[in-house]
Design a protein around this ligand. Structure first.
Ligand code: PBG
Length: 320
């Protein structure tokens, strides 16, 4: 009867020394939105503190992020030209390849992850080619692979396909191998759910679908076995890491994949999760610092090796 659990909680240093989970700068990835032009920094209404940057100002922002201890970024391109072929997604001089080249020149040690998808490049806003009102899986694959290739050729360390087409990891891996880019990692958005938590992102990236929704390619929030099926398949096809997205309402999935798989697991703390915290904090309803650290720590505790979060900069600059 001498098991007093409070002994280990009584002293701050001891609490820290016995903590089972710790959040560090190497766990975090900050997303960045890149636009064309010069001298541009656009605020995103639903995501206070997050902006779209033209390449020149992106480098300034990165400088501040790296100085705060930032190690990695996930880059989204928002092109001015959209069409039915996603032509700017495969342009070697496109927005992402240009940004990646500049980032790698100025910050060679910064880990560059690029989002590979067509939704921001297609005039209809879907993640693949639309044929007769449907999203055509196999016609989308060569465009996705070409897009990943131009990112990798520009120097991206990791390409991260978020489209949820079947077989895209195999096609991407093949394309990279054939081009001799054997060291480029693939982070698969493997368990990506059709989620209302992406709302603010679609405003930020101008990528809301013009018709219908993404339920024929993104996963049903009711399913967990399917996440394992998706992740196992992507690993077989050549993914180095797999992602669960969104994160907070899907910590059971993070935990499931961590237990069943050996590859690194990435959790994406998405735009809606960020905006809810920001809105509540602005109203004084929650304490931002404590709630952000609690949320991100819970993702690590669930088994995430890496967390992609819009809070990353604040965490490194102010909260840790
Ligand atoms: C593109 C993509 C989306 C997100 C990342 N990549 C949006 C979507 O699938 O509609 C969401 C990110 C976020 O909400 O922070 N396919």
């Amino acid at each position: 009867m001498n098991n007093r659990f409070r002994r280990l909680r009584a002293f701050k240093t001891l609490r820290k020394m016995t903590a089972e989970t710790a959040l560090t700068s190497h766990d975090l990835v900050q997303p960045f939105f890149v636009i064309e032009g010069k001298g541009k920094k656009q605020a995103i209404d639903a995501m206070p503190g997050i902006h779209r940057f033209s390449k020149d100002l992106l480098l300034k922002e990165l400088d501040a992020y790296v100085k705060a201890g930032g190690k990695a970024g996930l880059f989204f391109g928002i092109p001015s030209q959209k069409d039915l072929k996603a032509a700017s997604a495969v342009d070697p001089k496109g927005i992402v390849p240009q940004a990646v080249k500049a980032i790698k020149k100025h910050f060679p040690d910064f880990l560059v992850i690029t989002d590979v998808c067509l939704c921001a490049y297609m005039s209809h806003g879907h993640c693949g080619v639309v044929q007769n009102g449907k999203i055509d899986n196999d016609k989308s694959l060569p465009i996705l692979a070409q897009s990943a290739l131009v990112h990798a050729q520009a120097g991206a360390d990791i390409v991260a396909p978020s489209d949820m087409m079947d077989f895209r990891i195999a096609v991407l891996r093949n394309k990279l191998e054939k081009a001799g880019l054997v060291d480029t990692c693939i982070l698969s958005y493997a368990a990506k759910y059709a989620s209302a938590f992406y709302g603010p992102f679609r405003d930020a990236a101008h990528s809301a679908p013009e018709f219908g929704d993404r339920k024929t390619y993104q996963m049903d929030p009711a399913n967990s076995r399917e996440a394992l099926k998706e992740a196992r398949q992507d690993i077989k096809e050549g993914a180095d890491m797999v992602m669960v997205k969104p994160a907070l309402a899907y910590l059971d999935i993070v935990s499931l994949l961590r237990r069943e798989l050996t590859v690194p697991i990435v959790a994406y703390n998405v735009s809606g999760e960020y905006s809810m915290v920001k809105a509540a904090a602005k109203n004084g309803w929650v304490n931002e610092k404590t709630i952000v650290l609690e949320i991100l720590t819970s993702m690590k505790r669930a088994g995430a090796d890496i967390i992609i979060s819009y809070h990353a900069k604040d965490v490194l600059q102010k909260f840790l």
